[in-house]
Design a binder for this molecule. Structure first.
Ligand code: B12
Length: 211
């Protein structure tokens, strides 16, 4: 099993065999990070084909399912590198109205080996649930994703809801997703923005060091 085969299985939407392939890749010596990189490369190509109208909505749904199946096998491997030291709680979510979670899930996968306790609320998550989870877990970092232009304003709603609950000063908020940039992120009330999951994970690790 090699990176190219895994990448192509995502592109070919091979939801039935991707789990076994990830397992084989890991047992044959590929590192969890290189498996993740191969899967992400595949997803990038799926996105490109959709933009070029070579793939349609059905293919996208299947690509999402394929990534989920792969993550089931990959996440335990990423987690096993985790250190025993005290873990920093993070709340992660895709905002209300948005059902894209692949980017967020990749970010989470990158953080799993980094000593974080991750509370993933999933997608289409209202601000009130995010606030409740921050309170419950005493989270220090909130990571929000939005891929739709339509739901960008939800970031502001989450920032305001945290402010209203008296929690805004206790958390750092990092956001990501194609319609965002650093300037917009700040305007919406967030502290940080990252272009991609790798940069995002780096920024979160930096934030954690300053806590
Ligand atoms: C897959 C996909 C879907 C899947 C999602 C499956 C899933 N479980 O996520 C499904 C089929 C559900 C879907 C539905 C829709 N989609 Co769609 N989808 C895509 C597609 C092709 C790829 C997105 C993706 O997963 N990319 C791969 C990941 C790895 O990249 P990413 O999400 O960008 O994330 C990276 C960074 O942004 C960043 N990141 C992301 N989040 C975060 C968070 C933090 C904290 C940080 C630090 C970083 C970070 O790191 C990631 C990795 O590096 C994009 C087009 C594209 N080329 O991006 C359209 C796209 C996002 N979809 C779009 C649209 C319009 C829709 C629909 C409205 C279509 C419809 N007519 O029904 C619905 C909306 C449903 C809803 N309410 O959300 C538009 C959005 C346009 C806009 N700007 O508003 C796009 C851009 C397609 C297009 N060109 O028109 N979609």
């Amino acid at each position: 099993m090699d990176a190219n085969t895994l990448k192509n299985m995502v592109i070919e939407l091979d939801v039935d065999n991707i789990g076994a392939a990830v397992k084989q890749a890991l047992t044959s010596g590929m590192t969890p990070m290189s498996v993740l990189a191969a899967l992400t490369d595949g997803m990038d190509e799926v996105g490109r084909r959709y933009d070029q109208k070579e793939y349609y909505l059905t293919e996208l749904v299947l690509a999402g399912e394929t990534m989920k199946e792969a993550f089931k096998l990959l996440e335990p491997a990423l987690k096993s590198g985790q250190k025993a030291k005290k873990q920093i709680p993070i709340v992660a979510a895709t905002v209300k109205g948005d059902q894209h979670d692949i980017g967020k899930n990749i970010l989470i996968s990158l953080l799993l080996s980094g000593g974080f306790e991750i509370h993933d609320l999933g997608m289409d998550v209202p601000a009130s649930r995010i606030v409740a989870k921050v309170k419950e877990t005493d989270a220090k970092i909130v990571a929000l994703s939005t891929l739709l232009t339509m739901t960008v304003e939800e970031i502001r709603n989450v920032c305001n809801a945290l402010k209203d609950a008296g929690l805004r000063d206790k958390v750092k908020i990092i956001v990501g997703g194609a319609p965002l940039n650093m300037e917009l992120a700040k305007q919406l009330g967030a502290d940080e923005y990252a272009d991609d999951a790798t940069q995002g994970a780096k920024k979160i690790i930096q934030m954690a060091q300053s806590l």
